[in-house]
Ligand binder design. Structure first.
Ligand SMILES: C[S@@+](CC[C@H](N)C(=O)[O-])C[C@H]1O[C@@H](n2cnc3c(N)ncnc32)[C@H](O)[C@@H]1O
Length: 407
């Protein structure tokens, strides 16, 4: 497989080390295409851009889901609410895969009362196929792994095929573009740049370039959002990670900015993803909320308290399902009727292939909240797995009807 490594190094921005997974993929393609030796397959990669794209898609898969690292979208929301609306907010979703990330950004913007006149979201990916899926505006059942924040749910409409479809008002905020981050140069600067879980697939030179690029294209008071394993790419820049837990957000400063600190203290008073999270109206000043409180209480701002539910959400987002399950069981022991917790518990069970337990959780949710579309869609997916086609269809139709009832 040395030839394949050499080809990757010379022709792609990807990490060229060939592992067992890549080897198996190449062998399978050789078998299907009738290439007798690896040299033949490498020659095919050289002459056939479609096959090269196919390999790229397998080496850097479109693994993504709605509201991945939900804390990042809470931070985005706080910042959007504070922004001056006379200027268009520029956002980039670099390595947008099949769209869940730009959809989550758009739903966040809609929840703040923004329209396409206020915000523009550039969604870029290397793969035409991923962009074609993004263009549908629909996130599949696979992209619904963790609960949608209650403030975003009204802008994601369940379809009868089990997807969640971004509201048309959100789709018009998004511009799709094909690009390769190893050579891409944008024509503008951005207020918020998302480049999450892309660098991990790239070779060292491209990672270095990308870190520099992210820094250059982010406005002085802008933010960069990365994946949990990507931080290293900003090490040589003046962007520093904020103290907001689990958001993986970076700002241009040695220390977290004053506004970040205010956010942290405000967040300590505001649970991340609970149905009871106080809704922040556009125009509400975070600083004002905090100073009103600190005026009454002169003691230092409290350290952020991480609720068990938040801990569970973060663990689930990072793929630590056992930790998520533990935190949820502890949370549900105190709050047995917590709808968000039951939904997340169902998702965590599904992700572990514990389908009976998942079904029990989602059934409980639908009993407590008959309009809970994520649970109805999940029950549809579980019915599918049992081969119960009619049952699955019924759940999907119920999920689709929740949109009419809620609107
Ligand atoms: C794991 S997905 C991340 C999706 C999303 N950002 C998230 O965190 O949920 C990685 C995406 O990066 C894209 N990608 C990989 N290399 C790229 C490159 N050189 N230029 C642009 N996109 C690239 C892949 O096509 C894939 O869709």
């Amino acid at each position: 497989m040395r030839q394949l490594s050499a080809w990757l190094a010379a022709n792609t921005p990807l990490e060229p080390e060939v592992n067992k997974f890549v080897e198996l993929f190449a062998q399978e393609r050789m078998r299907l295409l009738g290439d007798k030796t690896i040299e033949h397959y490498v020659a095919r990669l050289q002459r056939d851009p479609q096959e090269a794209m196919y390999l790229h898609q397998h080496l850097a898969p479109p693994e993504t889901w709605l509201f991945r690292y939900v804390a990042a979208f809470e931070v985005l929301r706080e910042h959007i609410l504070k922004r001056d609306r006379s200027q268009v907010i520029q956002v980039a979703s670099l390595g947008c895969a099949t769209g869940s990330e730009p959809f989550s950004i758009a739903a966040t913007a809609l929840s703040c009362g923004l329209t396409a006149q206020h915000i523009h979201i550039l969604a870029l990916d290397y793969s035409d196929d991923h962009l074609a899926v993004t263009k549908t505006g629909r996130a599949s059942a696979l992209a619904q792994r963790t609960p949608i924040p209650t403030w975003a749910a009204p802008w994601l409409h369940p379809t009868t095929q089990g997807q969640l479809e971004l509201d048309a008002g959100g789709m018009v905020m998004i511009e799709l573009t094909r690009g390769d981050l190893s050579i891409w140069k944008p024509d503008r600067a951005f207020d918020f740049v998302f480049c999450r879980n892309v660098a991990i697939y790239l070779n060292e030179a491209t990672k270095k370039r990308l870190g520099k690029l992210l820094c250059e294209i982010t406005k002085p008071n802008g933010l960069v959002f990365l994946g949990h394993a990507d931080s290293i790419i900003l090490a040589d820049t003046d962007m520093r990670r904020s103290e907001v837990d689990h958001a993986f957000v970076f700002a241009r400063s040695d220390k977290p900015s004053e506004s970040m600190k205010l956010d942290m203290a405000t967040r300590a008073l505001m649970p991340l993803v609970t149905p009871s999270a106080p809704k922040m109206k556009p125009g509400v000043s975070v600083a004002k909320t905090l100073s009103a409180r600190t005026a009454a209480t002169p003691s230092p701002a409290p350290a952020p308290i991480m609720t068990l539910l938040t801990k569970a959400q973060i663990s689930a987002d990072s793929g630590n399902l056992v930790e998520a399950e533990k935190a949820l069981l502890a949370h549900l022991a105190v709050e047995p009727l917590g709808i968000e917790a039951h939904v997340l518990f169902g998702c965590v069970q599904m992700a572990q292939n514990k389908f009976t337990e998942a079904e029990r959780s989602f059934t409980k949710v639908v009993y407590l909240d008959p309009l809970n579309s994520l649970s109805l869609l999940s029950l549809g997916a579980l019915a599918d797995l049992r081969g119960d086609v009619k049952g699955a269809q019924r759940f999907r139709e119920r999920a689709a009807r929740t949109v009419e009832k809620q609107s």
